[in-house]
Design a protein around this ligand. Structure first.
Ligand SMILES: Cc1cc2nc3c(=O)[nH]c(=O)nc-3n(C[C@H](O)[C@H](O)[C@H](O)COP(=O)(O)OP(=O)(O)OC[C@H]3O[C@@H](n4cnc5c(N)ncnc54)[C@H](O)[C@@H]3O)c2cc1C
Length: 423
């Protein structure tokens, strides 16, 4: 790492919504900034499900850090994974060596939480990174190709059964997108193979309603939309495990499926070197009102990974959404740049989820609505949040194309084969 002169070195782990806002806003005259991330690109997670269902190209929602950071002044990016921290000597261990810091900001987000169930971890698909979204897309497309060649009814049924575990926004959006694939795309692509009309989509949740973090109004609307779209919704249903190609449920039933998506929760990951006491619910790192990690002076945690209970309106912690991560990043920038101790207060800018074409739900304070206007608003908000004019244009073009043609154009099954496979 080049010399830092008399500046303090700030090392930021993770270039997600939280980390990116920090490195952008910190005063480069006061701080030497080092951003590390295990990927070389920033990811726009809200649209993973569209990559997974062939609606968008991965490159439209991934942004190379080196290009994004170019316009933000002097920032040193290193692609590596943070492994552990030694708080006694202010040193971070990473997959490429050690980095000394004056301030360490942990903005590493969360990982899929399988609740310790190894079978589910190995046998189900998740949607928490861009590579995982591409993996889902490949598996979905491969299942269709296999199903039309299958001579076994049981095998075809399993290939064409898509089980989504988790009825939050991601589960609802994925179920809606798969249902649209079944309605609009499969009949065109596989018009001689009527068997694909057997495709089934199940959406499971342990809770008594979908979209548990939103209002009763939005839950009911999403339920109605999905039911109309032919999704089988199973509430109050807990998954016990996955054995012999079957999802086993708490009521004794099972569903044979080769395509099980686990979008039922997230958790932080333990960083060796931090005290065990700093971890709260789902391994979120406990922080004070200024995002300082408990019992430390130069360690901070922001975004999904942190748990702050001092904001009076959110005594159980903030929702793990992009706005909370962005706002925490900006508040920390203010405090570090100004040497201030301004406590963080989350401003809720509303929440929304889309179910399919012309169908979405939006909530802003006491105003709740659904349908076409909600859907247009969802499109607009997500389009504006995407980084870069080129990406915005490509996403808009893809959406426009799909809307008017009832078709998606990205159904290539591209995977790393044996390099001799084509010979
Ligand atoms: C499928 C999906 C849909 C979503 N939809 C919405 C939505 O519609 N609206 C909304 O507001 N929110 C949505 N969210 C939540 C939102 O994406 C998160 O709240 C937000 O990304 C949190 O930002 P963050 O910066 O804390 O973490 P992240 O954005 O997760 O960024 C963490 C970064 O840290 C890096 N990293 C992790 N561990 C390490 C390590 N050990 N070493 C180095 N780098 C590391 C990762 O590569 C990543 O770049 C969705 C999330 C998912 C998964």
């Amino acid at each position: 790492m080049p010399g830092k002169g008399n500046r303090k070195r700030v090392v930021v782990i993770g270039g997600g919504f939280a980390g990116l806002n920090v490195v952008k806003g910190l005063d480069k005259r006061l701080f030497q900034i080092v951003l590390i991330d295990r990927h070389n690109y920033h990811q726009f997670q809200p649209l993973y499900y569209q990559v997974a269902t062939s609606g968008l190209e991965p490159s439209s929602i991934g942004f190379a850090f080196r290009k994004t950071l170019r316009k933000m002044g002097e920032i040193h990016f290193r692609m590596c994974t943070a492994l552990s921290v030694d708080t006694n000597v202010n040193r971070l261990e990473t997959s490429i060596g050690y980095i000394d810091y004056d301030y360490l900001i942990i903005a590493s987000g969360t990982y899929t939480n399988y609740m310790g169930n190894k079978d589910l971890e190995h046998c189900t698909m998740s949607l928490k990174t861009l590579p995982e979204s591409i993996n889902v897309r490949n598996n979905v497309l491969r299942s269709f190709e296999k199903a039309i060649n299958s001579h076994s009814e049981a095998e075809a049924e399993s290939l064409l059964s898509f089980v989504i575990v988790g009825g939050g926004p991601t589960g609802v959006e994925l179920a809606g997108a798969l249902s649209e694939l079944r309605r609009y795309t499969l009949p065109k692509d596989y018009n001689q193979d009527k068997s694909l009309s057997q495709m089934k989509i199940y959406l499971l949740d342990t809770a008594p309603r979908l979209l548990g973090g939103m209002s009763e109004f939005s839950s009911k609307k999403a339920y109605k939309y999905l039911q109309e779209m032919g999704v089988e919704i199973m509430l109050n249903t807990m998954v016990k495990g996955y054995t012999d190609g079957k999802i086993e449920l708490n009521d004794g039933r099972s569903i044979a499926s080769c395509n099980v998506f686990w979008v039922a929760g997230v958790a932080g990951r333990i960083f060796p070197g931090l005290d065990n006491d700093v971890y709260g619910r789902n391994n979120r790192i406990k922080v004070d009102g200024c995002n300082r990690v408990e019992n430390s002076s130069n360690l901070f945690a922001i975004g999904d990974v942190c748990l702050m209970t001092s904001d009076p309106a959110y005594p159980h912690g903030h929702p793990q959404v992009a706005q909370a991560a962005i706002q925490q990043g900006k508040n920390l920038v203010h405090n570090l740049n100004k040497g201030d101790q301004k406590p963080f207060r989350y401003t809720d800018r509303g929440s929304m989820a889309t179910v399919g074409r012309n169908k979405a739900v939006v909530e802003f304070r006491k105003i709740h609505f659904g349908g076409f206007v909600a859907w247009i608003l969802w499109l607009f908000v997500h389009l504006m949040a995407i980084v870069g004019v080129k990406n915005k244009t490509f996403v808009l073009l893809n959406w426009g194309w799909s809307y008017f043609t009832h078709d998606t154009s990205l159904r290539l099954l591209i995977r790393m084969d044996n390099k001799n496979a084509d010979k």
